[in-house]
Ligand binder design. Sequence first.
Ligand code: GAP
Length: 444
Amino acid sequence: MEDIVALCKRRGFIFQSSEIYGGLQGLYDYGPLGVELKNNLKQAWWTSMVYYRDDIEGLDASILTHPDVLKYSGHEDTFTDPLVDCKSCGLRFREDQVPDHCKDEDLTDPREFNLMFKTNVGPIDDGSNVAYLRPETAQQIFTNFRNIIDSTSRVLPFGIAQIGKAFRNEITPRNFIFRVREFEQMELEFFVKPGEDEDWHKEWVKLRSDWWEDQGIPKSRLTLLEVPQDDLSHYSKATTDIMYEFPHGQEELEGIANRKDFDLGSHTKNQEDLNITSNVNKNNSSNAKLAIQDIKTKEWIVPFVIEPSAGLDRGVLAILTEAYNLEKLDDGKERVVLSLKPHLSPIKAAVIPLKKNNDDLVAEAIKLKSELQTMNLGRIVVENTGNIGKSYRKHDEIGTPICITVDFDTLDNGTVTVRDRDSMKQEKVPLNKVASYFDNYFKA
Ligand code: GAP
């Protein structure tokens, strides 16, 4: 973990938030490379969900959430962690995360601590205008269910996908970006006919494991954990967690839950007219019928929901962990290489003029960068340090798959030297073939 944290800071992936004022615990900022990596991972998820399938719509809902949403979802009552105080060191911990140096006799009895951040909407702060920062992106998907079926005419099965920030006032944030107070989730709520839920649950567990493999995490490093009945969330009939071997141990990367009809059943009006199977609180506040009419039988159905819910920040940490390699080279030296899948690399290619102060080489490099940039495959940079060895080392370390050196052969014969990050092999490519080389590389 230390190596990854150091690399993230040194190269501009991830920084402690508000660092110049001592930092805020459990909050991180994504730097120039981190934001690219994160955006690439989001794009991969969105493309696989919304573009490659024909049964999923997208959504980007507000973060500030009406308190009724989180009342009927159960979060106001149950979104808590047990908190204990240590009378000896004066610190507070989640009950299951008390460090060894605190003795049992120094700990208070646990009390429930609600993890939601509360705020005030508008200028009057008298407690009547409360809103929450959403603790998961899921709830606004359920509250928009009617809007989305009315505007898209979807029939079952279909899903709604959303990527966005979630906030939890974790008692003990830790392990870098693994457990933080502000994070991003990539959540899908997939609505199915009751009775078809178990098959869809299995299907989504497989699809999601395959997707992580496509992001560079081998199946051998993932474990599927069936959450025991006693540990299930109040809404869940069954949950499978995709666990990954993080540097600090095996922990949850993504959860895939069968939420039955709990959510739509909780947020719908006219609950008594609908055949809701989950145990929901009476709702007299909602003005929308969150059900769908079966075209053949005309019966109103409250769909069951399968929810693959992935943490984006945990995804970034898993991908960095998997990609980070310290390699011994033939000449006895070492190199750090980030073997990211090319579609995730923050920088797709570095164009390097052989000499920093040669105007012709630099101009040729800038021209090539501009040409490659128009292909819209991601960020291309000109690396004008004048030191090829250092430039290669830097781009190995940040996962740039291709380095293109513009040298005197470029001016004389119109060729550049293309170097592959993983094999370190170099080949001469004619300038007029670089774009197709590049295109083929990223399409392969
Ligand atoms: N809508 C369901 C839900 O939110 P969850 O298991 O609480 O379920 C889903 O969260 C995913 O969000 C987790 O698998 C994890 O990847 C991520 N996550 C949850 N809490 C987090 C935190 N404090 N920091 C970073 N990621 C977190």
